[in-house]
Design a protein around this ligand. Structure first.
Ligand code: ARG
Length: 553
């Protein structure tokens, strides 16, 4: 049921397409057509154009009335027909779900660094990328989730030296041990130049493929992944590839050769660079004077590899705003190399996370482990449930859904470019703009449905859902598809989050305004049908935000 298309066809002007029709703002009907952009061509004021369009709509049966206001033409739909259309919609939404068919999106997200803590700063990339992964899949895209591991660099030589020097080889190493070793190495090598040198030679051993060195390096990698995989499992995060920086060791030379052959490089202080002055950027470093490759070199090779392997229509990099320059340089260099697909690379950036008012630092100071944050939130959720609903079955499972959901919604509920502060009370509030509020509304729907079990059967009469409170809910239900498409187009899961809050508020208003279950069978049936559609939509929407919706809580 595509009203935008229906309205544009009814207007019958070649200038007006379905895309021009927008969902109306509160109090301005159901849909609206801004007429400003036709003014020049039609040589009339937007107001006059709106009036002309309105006059031509006389015999249109699905529009109850129109209204011209400030250059807009507002449409009030015939409510009964509208409700019937929305309620009859296939809950599987086949059209929406095949909109991305045949297209491939690569999503580079989480992309953790080996032997470094998985701290709350990684939460944003993990949650935003994980959510976009589900959103694009939902829309029928072929999606490739990539964890571009930070698994190469001289720090591994240092870690190896430290491990050989002080590591306890009798027991299994943990991520915490690796951190301690690394910190100790950094401190002691400042005083001891021989140790610093040792770090360099150990890295050479890894680079040259010395079996012992490589075995230990692989052990660092496996240990890190084992720990972060526990977090991923808890959050329902998946990857299709863990090809990280090391994977590109043997794939950079052709790129460097091509850059040189195309005359794009210059030698500066012994290093190989691509100058980007013409584009207002500092040079992109390709090879250091000691011959070592760089983060950017690996990303050039990675982009090429992804283009060749996955033939993507889009490649998203979900990485903090701090790396903005890196990605602008990367995309520009690929463009200069003549890669036509460079225009399909997108840096999906996000702001900074602080924790209970304090900034985060990966250095010794203020590291907040993501696993702890999740665990604490789940514990607190458990306490709240214990207090609110002590007889609830499955308390642990519900607390897990609520706690994880609260953390996910924290990361996904706000426009990603904004800085956010994590605060337990706020993310767990049951009546704020939070996952628990949405989960609670969903559970409310499910409990109403469970109570009324046998009274929901049969076609609901759409005429019984045209009062303002019910109709507001129906209108929101009708735009779910648009919302998901918009979220995908803007790489912005918060669009779905905002929508779900609006839907839940609107449903709760309807719920409070009148009883759902009454003596009147027809009315009960209609209200139950609406309740069930709301429950389904909240559950689907929350899934796209990496959050489960338990039936009871
Ligand atoms: N490992 C990097 C970091 O934590 C992020 C990598 C992002 N992806 C990429 N292809 N550069 O800073």
């Amino acid at each position: 049921m595509d009203y935008k298309k229906k309205i544009s066809e009814a207007i019958g002007s070649p200038l007006v397409t379905a895309d021009d029709i927008m969902t109306a703002a509160e109090g301005h009907g159901d849909y609206a057509l801004p007429c400003f952009k036709y003014a020049r061509q039609l040589r009339k004021s937007p107001q006059a154009i709106a009036e002309d369009f309105a006059a031509g709509l006389g015999g249109c049966d699905f529009i109850e009335r129109t209204e011209v206001a400030g250059g807009y033409l507002n449409f009030y739909l015939e409510r009964k027909a509208f409700v019937r259309g929305v309620m009859a919609e296939d809950p599987g939404r086949p059209q929406l779900r095949s909109s991305g068919a045949g297209k491939t999106a690569c999503i580079d997200y989480s992309s953790i660094n080996i032997a470094k803590p998985f701290h709350i700063g990684h939460l944003m990339s993990t949650a935003i990328g994980g959510s976009l992964y589900r959103i694009y899949k939902y829309l029928g895209w072929n999606v490739v989730g990539i964890n571009h591991l930070g698994d190469w660099g001289t720090q591994f030589g240092k870690l190896l030296a430290a491990y050989e020097e002080w590591g306890d080889k009798t027991k299994k190493l943990t991520l915490g041990d690796m951190l301690d070793l690394y910190v100790r190495f950094t401190e002691e090598s400042e005083r001891d130049p021989a140790l610093a040198e040792r770090g360099r030679t150990e890295f050479l051993r890894i680079e040259r493929g010395d079996p012992d060195a490589v075995r230990t390096y692989e052990m660092f990698k496996a240990t890190t992944l084992e720990e972060v995989n526990k977090v991923y499992a808890r959050l329902g995060i998946e990857f299709d590839s863990y090809n990280g920086e090391a994977f590109y060791n043997d794939k950079m030379q052709p790129i460097i050769d091509e850059l040189e052959a195309k005359g794009l490089t210059e030698v500066s202080d012994g290093a190989l660079v691509v100058r980007l002055d013409d584009y207002g950027m500092p040079p992109c470093l390709i090879r250091r004077s000691d011959g070592a490759s760089l983060y950017a070199t690996r990303d050039l090779a990675a982009a090429q590899y992804r283009a060749d392997t996955y033939k993507f229509d889009k490649c998203l990099y979900v990485v903090a705003t701090q790396q903005n320059l890196h990605f602008r340089q990367l995309f520009k260099v690929l463009e200069l190399m003549g890669r036509e697909w460079a225009k399909n690379l997108v840096h999906v950036q996000f702001g900074m996370v602080s924790y209970e008012g304090k900034p985060l630092s990966t250095r010794k100071g203020h590291v907040v482990f993501l696993a702890d944050v999740i665990e604490n939130t789940v514990q607190k959720a458990r306490e709240i449930i214990e207090e609110k609903n002590p007889d609830l079955p499955n308390k642990d499972a519900v607390a897990e859904s609520v706690g994880v959901g609260a953390v996910m919604f924290f990361a996904l509920g706000t426009q990603r470019i904004k800085d956010v502060d994590f605060d337990y009370d706020r993310v767990l509030s049951f009546d704020g703009e939070t996952a628990p509020y949405l989960q609670y509304t969903h559970a409310r729907c499910m409990s109403v449905l469970a109570k009324a079990e046998n009274r929901a059967e049969g076609e609901p009469d759409p005429a019984l859902l045209t009062d303002d409170d019910a109709y507001a809910v129906v209108r929101l239900l009708s735009v779910f598809g648009d919302v998901v498409l918009d979220a995908a187009e803007k790489y912005e899961p918060s669009v779905i989050a905002r929508y779900l809050i609006d839907l839940a508020r609107s449903y709760n208003r309807f719920y409070i305004a009148g009883r759902i279950i009454t003596d009147d069978d027809a009315l009960t049936r209609a209200r139950l049908a609406l309740t069930s559609a709301v429950a389904r939509t909240i559950k689907t929407g929350l899934r796209l935000l990496l959050t489960e919706a338990p039936d009871r809580m």
